[in-house]
Write a protein of this length. Structure first.
Length: 309
């Protein structure tokens, strides 16, 4: 184990020095360390307790990547919670692009009320960096049973995560009913799906307890209501008459142009909050983000993964 300890400290030193850069080289080092699994945990815990001091933060990062919250002792949990309390009040919102991203937006800043209406259970406060890493990890691995609930952002609260998928067959009407209930309580609520890999996008807009618009790129049959003003703007620019769903069976390339110009991020930016690409340093942020358990979740804490605070 002595030879490996030397390479472990070198890898931790690299993680420490590259903390601001979460590029592929850094990810590969983290993945290599996590491949060793639980055998590294005792040494990482020793570094956390005894040093070297400069490696303590990197050791914590690797511990979480290997075993999640379950491998942290009380002192490390307290340190992580303290760091979140320090960073959250002054943090700048960051974009959440999980390749395939699902989110619900609710007017206002009643974070606790939104969670209660959706049946979510607060797990722990979270920075945007932590929330983003959990959401992205879910999209590329096993579903954790967690969502990230933002603080109030420019008058809106967003819930982000796989559970928010408003268009998967088995939960489509359940999520629609929840969004309508939220809109009845808070005047307006939306749900969005966006694939940054070019697999389409969709949106659901509810006001005062009823759906006023649902549009899904791949299904004309599921469309409801009339185009939103932002949709109409692009339809008129492209010379497309009627509703976009009227043209799904057409050979006309104009509908493809519409989908490129007016996707879920475009609609969300115009209607509420675009979490994928529209986060702004100019937004007014009130409160602290939360990681929350979805109904029926079996997890009891943050899962293993390359999480950041």
């Amino acid at each position: 184990m002595e030879n490996h300890e030397g390479s472990l400290e070198a890898d931790l030193e690299y993680l420490r020095s590259s903390r601001a850069d979460f590029g592929w080289d850094r990810k590969r080092v983290l993945w290599r360390l996590t491949d060793h699994g639980m055998e590294l945990v005792p040494r990482l815990r020793q570094i956390r307790r005894e040093g070297p001091g400069r490696l303590r933060a990197a050791a914590l990062e690797v511990l979480v990547a290997i075993g999640g919250e379950a491998v942290l002792d009380e002192a490390d949990m307290a340190a992580a919670e303290r760091l979140i309390r320090v960073k959250a009040p002054s943090e700048t919102p960051i974009r959440i692009d999980a390749c395939v991203t699902f989110w619900i937006c609710v007017r206002g800043g009643d974070q606790q009320g939104v969670m209660s209406s959706l049946g979510l259970t607060a797990l722990r406060p979270a920075t945007f960096a932590l929330g983003e890493s959990v959401v992205v990890g879910d999209a590329h691995g096993d579903e954790s049973g967690l969502v990230f609930v933002t603080p109030e952002l420019n008058g809106w609260t967003a819930v982000v995560g796989l559970w928010c998928d408003p268009f998967v067959d088995e939960r489509r009407e359940e999520i629609r009913a929840l969004v309508e209930e939220l809109s009845e309580r808070y005047d307006e609520a939306h749900a969005y799906y966006f694939s940054s890999q070019g697999d389409g996008s969709a949106w659901l807009i509810a006001r005062n307890g009823r759906t006023v618009r649902r549009y899904i790129e791949w299904s004309a049959a599921m469309a409801l209501g009339e185009p939103l003003p932002i949709e109409r703007q692009y339809l008129d620019q492209l010379g497309i008459r009627g509703n976009p769903e009227d043209h799904h069976e057409s050979d006309d390339d104009l509908l493809g142009d519409f989908h490129l110009e007016c996707d879920a991020t475009t609609v969300a930016a115009a209607m509420s909050i675009d979490v994928v690409s529209g986060m702004s340093t100019e937004w007014v942020v009130c409160g602290t983000g939360q990681l929350a358990l979805v109904p029926g979740a079996s997890t009891t804490g943050i899962p293993p993964g390359p999480h950041r605070i």
